[in-house]
Design a protein around this ligand. Structure first.
Ligand code: ZN
Length: 74
């Protein structure tokens, strides 16, 4: 499975394509098995990375909301 567009997926993810190029690439993504497989791989990695970078996001968010509420009530 090889496709010349596959390497452009990274660029798409990093939002360095203009809107028109994005549309073309997204359309291609729907039709191309090679790119779709790669896209799934990339986005799965991105999600893992995002999770690794912010441990316990829920608790952090709750703390910030509580802190804001306290400040409001003071
Ligand atoms: Zn492709």
């Amino acid at each position: 499975m090889n496709c010349s567009e596959t390497k452009r997926l990274i660029v798409l993810l990093e939002s360095e394509l203009d809107l028109r190029e994005r549309e073309i690439l997204l359309k291609h993504l729907k039709q191309c098995d090679a790119c779709r497989a790669r896209w799934d791989e990339i986005t799965a990695q991105q999600e893992l990375l995002a999770e690794a970078l912010r441990p316990e996001p829920a608790r952090d968010l709750a703390d910030r909301v509580i802190a804001r509420l306290r400040r409001k009530n003071d």
